[in-house]
Design a binder for this molecule. Structure first.
Ligand SMILES: *Cc1c(COP(=O)(O)O)cnc(C)c1O
Length: 420
C-alpha cells in the first residue's frame, strides 16, 4: 500500500491550511489519506487504496456513501436552485416529520451545524430561564463554540479552564462540569447552583469519548433531578438522533428532555443542525420572542431535501432493527476476539455505534483517559493497511451503516484478529 500522493498533498496543504486540515480530528499522524470518492461502505483515496469505512464522516452517513436515494433527492432539488433566502415547503415538511418522531419537540428551528444548534439552544435556555449557568458532562462535546469548549472530549485535561486559547475565562465561568454516570456529584452541583442554573446539557450516550453508555436509571434520575430543581434538560442528540432509533436516545431510553439538538444524520450528509423543544420555550426565539437567532444558510433546501429522503427511507425500511442487530453481532464477535487473545481491552457500544477500548470498559471521561492511546494509534495504522478505516482516535466512536455487508464485517473481524 502506498500513500505517496496523499503525503505530497498533505505537505502542500500544511502551507495553506493550518495543520493541513479543515477540522482537527482529520489530521491523522503522520499524514492523512485524501479521499477522492465514497460509495456504500467504502471510500477510496488519491493513491487508489480502498477502505471499509467505520468513521462515516463521524456519524452522518448512516446509509453509507453516495446513497442513490439521497442523491436523487439532492439532484432533484438542485434542478430548482439551491438557495432562496425565503421560507420553503421543505422546512415545514421536515419539521413536521422530526416532531412526529420526537414527541418532546413541539417546535424546532433549523440551523446549519450541530455547533450552531447547541449554541442557540443554550442561549435560548438562558433567555427562557433568565439564568446564566449551565452544567455539562466531562468529555461531552457540543461543538466548537466558546461556552462548551471545556473538557470537550479528548482535548482537555486542565480543570475548569477553556480547552482553547482565545476563549476568555469569563466566557466559561458559567460552564460547570460533572462526570457522566455519577449522580451524587451532579445532584450536589445542581442543588448548590439551582438559583443560577439554566440547564443541564448532555449527550445521552457519550459519543465523543466513546461510546460510553448511561448506566441503567441514570438518565431517568437526571431528568428527575433537573425537573425538581427547575432546571432545563437539554439532550444533545447530534450523534444519537436517528442513530439509536428514529426518536433517538430519548425514545430508546424513554426519557423526555425539555430541549433537544440534532444534526449529522438528519441532513442526509449535507450540513444541518436542529434545536427544538417545548413550544413555550421555543416561542421565545426571534421573531416570535426576544432570543435572537438567525442564519443565511439555515434551512438550506438541499440539506432539507436530503434529510427528508433519509428519514423516509429509514422509516420505510424499519432500518434500525436490522442495523442495530448488525451492531450487536459485531460487538459480540469483537468481544470474543479480545477474550480469545486474553487482552484486557473492552468493547463498548449500542445500536450501530461501537468501539474497542484499549483498557477497561469506561464509565466516564476519566476512565477513557486511562486507555492506551499510543497502542490504539499503532493499531489504527495497521487496520488502515488492512483496508479498514476506523476513526483515528481512541476517543471517537465507530459507526456502522446500512451499506456494510456480511463480507465487509467478515473482512473487518479478520483484520481485528490479525492486528489486535
Ligand atoms: C458533532 C457534534 C456536534 C457539532 O456538530 P457540527 O455539525 O460538527 O457543528 C455537537 N454535538 C455533538 C454531540 C456532536 O457529536
Amino acid at each position: 500500500m502506498t500513500l505517496e500522493k496523499s503525503k505530497q498533498m498533505y505537505e502542500k496543504a500544511k502551507t495553506l491550511i493550518p495543520g493541513g486540515v479543515s477540522s482537527p480530528v482529520r489530521a491523522i499522524k503522520p499524514y492523512p489519506f485524501y479521499t477522492v470518492s465514497g460509495n456504500g461502505s467504502k471510500i477510496r483515496d488519491l493513491d487508489g487504496n480502498e477502505y471499509i469505512d467505520y468513521c462515516l464522516a463521524y456519524g452522518p452517513e448512516i446509509l453509507g456513501h453516495n446513497n442513490p436515494i439521497i442523491k436523487k433527492a439532492i439532484i432533484s432539488q438542485l434542478d430548482k436552485g439551491w438557495l432562496y433566502g425565503t421560507p420553503t415547503e421543505l422546512e415545514v415538511s421536515l419539521a413536521e416529520k422530526i416532531i412526529g418522531y420526537y414527541p418532546s419537540l413541539e417546535m424546532l428551528r433549523f440551523v446549519s451545524t450541530g455547533t450552531e444548534a447547541t449554541m442557540s439552544a443554550l442561549r435560548l435556555a438562558r433567555g427562557y430561564t433568565g439564568k446564566n449557568k449551565f452544567v455539562k458532562i466531562e468529555g461531552g462535546f457540543h461543538g466548537a463554540h466558546d461556552a462548551v469548549l471545556v473538557k470537550a472530549g479528548s482535548g482537555a485535561t486542565t480543570l475548569g479552564k477553556p480547552d482553547s486559547r482565545g476563549i476568555p475565562a469569563d466566557f466559561t465561568k458559567y460552564t460547570l462540569q460533572t462526570p457522566f454516570n455519577e449522580l451524587e456529584t451532579m445532584t450536589a452541583l445542581v442543588e448548590k447552583n439551582r438559583e443560577e442554573l439554566a440547564a443541564v446539557i448532555m449527550e445521552p450516550v457519550q459519543g465523543n469519548v466513546g461510546p460510553i453508555l448511561p448506566e441503567p436509571g441514570y438518565l431517568q434520575e437526571v431528568r428527575k433531578l433537573t425537573k425538581e430543581n427547575d432546571v432545563l434538560l437539554i439532550f444533545d442528540e447530534v450523534i444519537t438522533g436517528f442513530r439509536l432509533a428514529m426518536g433517538g436516545a430519548q425514545e430508546y431510553y424513554g426519557v423526555v428532555p425539555d430541549m433537544t439538538t440534532l444534526g449529522k444524520i438528519v441532513g442526509g450528509g449535507l450540513p444541518i443542525g436542529v434545536f427544538g423543544g417545548r413550544s413555550d420555550i421555543m416561542e421565545m426565539v426571534a421573531p416570535s420572542g426576544p432570543v435572537y437567532q438567525a442564519g443565511t444558510f439555515s434551512g438550506s433546501p438541499c440539506s432539507l431535501a436530503a434529510g427528508i429522503a433519509v428519514l423516509d427511507y429509514m422509516k420505510k425500511e424499519a432500518l434500525h432493527r436490522k442495523l442495530n442487530a448488525k451492531g450487536d453481532t459485531l460487538r459480540k464477535a469483537l468481544s470474543e476476539i479480545i477474550a480469545d487473545k486474553g487482552l484486557n481491552y473492552s468493547v463498548s457500544g449500542i445500536a450501530s455505534m461501537f468501539k474497542v477500548f484499549f483498557g477497561a470498559k469506561p464509565k466516564n471521561y476519566q476512565d477513557v483517559l486511562k486507555c492506551d492511546k499510543e497502542a490504539y494509534l499503532a493499531f489504527f495504522h495497521k487496520m488502515l493497511a488492512s483496508g479498514i478505516f476506523l476513526p483515528p482516535s481512541q476517543f471517537e466512536t465507530n459507526f456502522l451503516s446500512a451499506a456494510h455487508t456480511e463480507e465487509d464485517l467478515e473482512k473487518t473481524l479478520e483484520a481485528y484478529k490479525e492486528n489486535l
